[in-house]
Design a protein around this ligand. Structure first.
Ligand code: PMP
Length: 274
């Protein structure tokens, strides 16, 4: 509320043939704990406590397709930013969020860059850093776009979109910006890299200059809330939106989150068991 020091994560729950299932909840809870640790936040919750709280919230909501957000926050008003003085507590919000269907986005490159990795660790999901995303997104929407690509403050290379990672497709191969630039290497990004490997699609992480976007055959975004979104345009550069590589990965992703395929990866955890 006051200093942007809460940490949170966002997890999707999907309807599957064996009931509602959280998608990779352990990876999300692990990330929440590492966000808290990085900021020096003191709290009393174990990994299992958080996993149980997330599963219970998803289950009690009675919602099948939903978005579950565990938040560790300091409830009492305080002056100062020494977090060791405060006891953080857990809240879990659940929203009804249907899966994204056939979304396509028109993007712009934001003049507002992601904070350098030497300013704030981009792997930490703290509420304060979302003011950076909000600034870029709100400005992009006001200018008639759906979202913005943000560059790394120091290198000027492509980092990510405001709440999603970026993939380029070139000659049938995937390229996504590497964590040396200021980005959150998302769990959906990781899922897409795994699915690409399973499908025999070559993929690589590396530095991505903004001008490389112009030469991409396809561009798409990945994120828990966004899922996989085909990109139609980035400023004056145009793409197919749902190109063939994107379409294959989007199908595989849908099958993975609903447990129809890739069950061996252990990503879907029924809410009763999480
Ligand atoms: N980058 C940022 C800045 C984000 O907020 C998110 C959403 N958590 C992502 C990337 C994508 O991460 P994930 O796939 O884990 O949701």
């Amino acid at each position: 509320m006051q200093h942007g020091t809460a940490v949170f994560d966002g997890i999707r729950c999907y309807r599957t043939s064996s009931g509602p299932a959280l998608f990779r909840p352990r990876d999300h809870v692990r990330r929440l704990l590492s966000s808290a640790r990085a900021l020096g936040i003191e709290h009393r919750y174990s990994f299992e406590d958080l996993l149980t709280a997330v599963g219970r919230a998803a289950s009690e909501s009675g919602l099948g397709d939903s978005y579950v957000r565990p938040v560790l926050f300091a409830p009492e008003p305080y002056l100062g930013v020494d977090l060791s003085a405060f006891r953080f507590t857990l809240g879990v919000e659940v929203w009804p969020v249907p899966p994204v269907s056939r979304a396509e986005a028109r993007l712009t490159v934001s003049p507002w860059r992601r904070p350098a990795t030497s300013s704030f660790p981009p792997t930490v999901k703290a509420t304060g850093t979302y003011a950076v995303s909000a600034l870029a997104k709100t400005r992009a929407v006001a200018a008639g776009f759906d979202d913005a690509i943000q560059l790394d403050a120091l290198s000027g290379r492509v980092a990510e979109a405001t709440i999603a990672n970026v993939f380029l497709v070139r000659d049938g191969r995937l390229l996504t910006p590497w964590p040396e630039d200021a980005l959150l290497p998302g769990i959906t990004r990781d899922s897409v890299l795994s699915l690409a490997a399973a499908l025999g699609i070559e993929a690589r992480e590396g530095p991505v200059e903004v001008t490389e976007l112009a030469g991409a055959d396809e561009v798409f975004l990945t994120g828990t809330a966004s899922e996989l979104v085909g990109v139609r345009s980035i400023d004056e550069w145009h793409f197919p939106g749902r190109g063939p590589v994107f379409a294959e990965l989007a199908r595989a992703f849908r099958d993975a989150v609903t447990g129809r395929r890739f069950g061996e990866l252990g990503w879907c955890v029924p809410v009763a068991e999480s």
